[in-house]
Design a protein around this ligand. Structure first.
Ligand code: HEC
Length: 158
């Protein structure tokens, strides 16, 4: 097999980034944004499910693990999510998303619901390692603020 030169690697990288069809350099479609925000949501539930399981007693409480999961949710608040919700990426305009068009009619409210979720996550991260009694209400509040947004702005699963 031929050894790969730096040039070959660069070309491979470019092909991987641009796509086989030679899409315009790094142009991002509504579909890309949908994938990114769904990945964001899935990661949130990955951490919250552990904490919810502990709160319910389905998973034994472990202070270290609880704190790490809460810290991970908190670290995610630093992500720039501004390009994950472009206009035209709603469920009426494209396939593969459950984001209701109402989001873009009520953007300030959508953003406020996101901020409320962020505030609840900050509170959770402050207490997650301090025992089950402290964890339970804090997890509940995070879950409620996730659901408050879903109820209004997410299509039900088909
Ligand atoms: C400000 C609104 C908002 C908040 C807050 C919010 N979500 Fe979502 N979530 C949405 C919307 C809208 C969708 C649909 C996204 C799509 O399909 O494009 C979604 C989708 C999801 C999905 C499905 C992802 C997929 O692969 O289709 C999961 C899981 C999820 N959210 C979990 C959470 C969890 C857990 C939290 C709280 C820690 C949370 N969400 C907070 C609005 C929100």
């Amino acid at each position: 097999m031929k050894t790969m030169t730096k040039g070959t690697l660069a070309a491979l990288f470019a092909a991987a980034v641009l796509g086989a069809a030679g899409a315009p350099a790094l142009a991002q479609s509504a579909e890309d944004a949908v994938k990114a925000r769904q990945a964001d949501m899935r990661l949130r539930v990955h951490y919250l499910a552990l904490l919810g399981g502990m709160a319910k007693g389905a998973i034994p409480y472990d202070a270290g693990k609880a704190q790490k999961a809460a810290d991970s949710l908190k670290a995610m608040l630093a992500l720039d999510r501004s390009r994950m919700w472009p206009r035209g990426s709603d469920s009426f305009s494209i396939d593969g998303t459950r984001a209701k068009p109402e989001i873009w009619d009520n953007l300030p409210d959508f953003v406020a619901k996101g901020k409320a979720n962020g505030a609840a996550i900050m509170e959770l991260a402050a207490v997650a390692g301090q025992g089950l009694d402290a964890l339970r209400p804090a997890v509940g509040k995070v879950g409620q603020t996730c659901s408050a947004c879903h109820k209004q702005y997410r299509e039900p699963e088909q």
